[in-house]
Write a protein that binds this ligand. Sequence first.
Ligand SMILES: CCCCC/C=C\C/C=C\C/C=C\C/C=C\CCCC(=O)SCCNC(=O)CCNC(=O)[C@H](O)C(C)(C)COP(=O)(O)OP(=O)(O)OC[C@H]1O[C@@H](n2cnc3c(N)ncnc32)[C@H](O)[C@@H]1OP(=O)(O)O
Length: 205
Amino acid sequence: MTDEQHEGGFRTDMAISVDKGGPRYGEFVESARLFMDRVRAAMPTEELVDDLIDELATINAKLEAVAIDEWNSPSGTRIDLPARGNITLPPYLVNRADATGVDATLRFTRFHLGGNNAAHGGYIGTAFDDLLGMTGALATGKVTRTAYLTVNYRSITPLYTDLSVTTQVTKVDGRKIFVAAQMRDGDRLCAEADGLFIALNPGQP
Ligand SMILES: CCCCC/C=C\C/C=C\C/C=C\C/C=C\CCCC(=O)SCCNC(=O)CCNC(=O)[C@H](O)C(C)(C)COP(=O)(O)OP(=O)(O)OC[C@H]1O[C@@H](n2cnc3c(N)ncnc32)[C@H](O)[C@@H]1OP(=O)(O)O
């Protein structure tokens, strides 16, 4: 990736990769996700907390030594991995993606718990934002930025259940891409969204 491609405050091109971080990078990301779930579910003893702080200090020092800028990191660019290997995002697999929309399968886990075994609404919005951003990118061939995103929560979204997410381009008007999405548990509509994404101009901050 050149300086020109990411001049300004947001990348204007997507540095996709399938090999950064090596063949076991996906396994590393899944281990990190499992760790996040385990932290969320744990009731540790004081002794275990002491022990874990020390072990994590070692791990964090190893990772700090290999930190790299956002434009070149595997996280967010590995298109062969769930959610492009980005642990910030709920893990989803893209089943179909073209200029008209995207079909994905998504699974929330303990880390994404809102309450009463249901997903937190913010993570539902995060999933929609990313998959709709991808939809805008595929519709225009450019990176797009969210202008607005409206989420309607229609019924409880369960954890540890394969959910389907479908997105559609509803209208393109110059740089404006109007999009919609639905999240379902089988036939049941859990949540839906509509949004406006703006295709960035070259160098736009
Ligand atoms: C297996 C296959 C996989 C393949 C994958 C391959 C590739 C995928 C590649 C990449 C994509 C992947 C994933 C996506 C990644 C991330 C998605 C997350 C995106 C975000 O999470 S991003 C962060 C949150 N987001 C912001 O941080 C925005 C802050 N904001 C701004 O940066 C500006 O605000 C901006 C840029 C939005 C617009 O600014 P601007 O200067 O460029 O344009 P301007 O203001 O002139 O608006 C132009 C026209 O839009 C209308 N307009 C604007 N805003 C409107 C609104 N809210 N409501 C109604 N209309 C609106 C105007 O009225 C005008 O309309 P008109 O032209 O008709 O007058």
